[in-house]
Write a protein that binds this ligand. Sequence first.
Ligand code: PNS
Length: 165
Amino acid sequence: MNGKAAIYPGTFDPITNGHISIVNRALTIFDRLIIAILNNPQKEPLFTLEERIDMIKESLNGAPNVEVDTFDGLLVDYAVKKKANVILRGLRALSDFEYEFQMALMNRKLNRDVQSIFLMTDYKWFYISSTIIKEAASLGGDTSGLVPEIVDRRLKEKFNFAKNT
Ligand code: PNS
């Protein structure tokens, strides 16, 4: 795949409509996007890497200019390996800013050739995060409309709230 590429890194445990909004916006700017899932078992994710890859791919309906990949180690090293010099992150509310600012500056210190850029999610998704979605789902809360359908189904299965139809 050729053209200007950006890496969109994250844990994606699981992907939400907020992430999808960022992906769609990024595709109007970049020729291709590499969604890079951090392989970090220490974070004790709810979904396995394979489940997360699967849900992302299904949610994006096989978009041809999106690659779904995993990485470990330093993000800037992964970006160099993938020949991409842009790291894309989504921003919601002010609370994201401090962490994102710190990470962007550290990544810049580690490799000055890799640029961090930020896109804002649609305001409808300002209050959602993978963490809050998991908490609601674990307690039987309805997450439909906040996450892609496949994710909603998998959350209900995981927490045993699937309808017996
Ligand atoms: O979705 P998240 O959990 O906010 O994503 C965080 C992520 C994966 C982007 C970040 O933890 C990361 O880049 N980890 C890889 C190690 C690294 O390069 N860290 C930044 C410099 S210390």
